[in-house]
Design a protein around this ligand. Structure first.
Ligand code: FAD
Length: 98
């Protein structure tokens, strides 16, 4: 294993993997990711859906839906991406409605 890198990402959950992926998409090559267990074995393993509580997260979710669809259509990425349209949230008080 190499002992030096321009960027060392620690942790192979969605945060670290996304950071590594997007750095390489931007052309960074001297990057390495360190994971002490298995990739996605942290809290990412428990996460089944994409939450969006505000406008920023809605934009983020929109981006990830497109990205995951793209990745799932690429035969070199062995992932199954299940996407159901929409979601439902029950509002129980005026603040939530606002
Ligand atoms: C039960 C549960 C259900 C959830 N459901 C959802 C959901 O439905 N939708 C949603 O959006 N979010 C959900 N979340 C939240 C979401 O899973 C987390 O916000 C997200 O996974 C965090 O990602 P992360 O990359 O920051 O951390 P993690 O996925 O925990 O990754 C951190 C990684 O770093 C590694 N690591 C730690 N220290 C070191 C070290 N010193 N050296 C090397 N590696 C190290 C760990 O082994 C781990 O793999 C849920 C969380 C839980 C616990």
């Amino acid at each position: 294993m190499q002992s030096h890198a321009r960027v060392v990402v620690i942790g192979g959950g969605i945060g670290g993997l996304s950071t590594l992926y997007h750095l390489t998409q931007e052309g960074w090559t001297d990057v390495v990711l360190l994971e002490r267990n298995e990739l996605t074995s942290g809290t990412t393993w428990h996460s089944a859906a994409q939450f969006a509580f505000n406008q920023l997260l809605l934009l983020f979710r929109d981006y990830t839906i497109k990205l995951y669809k793209e990745l799932s259509e690429d035969p070199s990425y062995p992932i199954n991406y299940h996407y159901g349209t929409g979601g439902m949230r029950l509002l129980t008080n005026p603040a939530h409605l606002e």
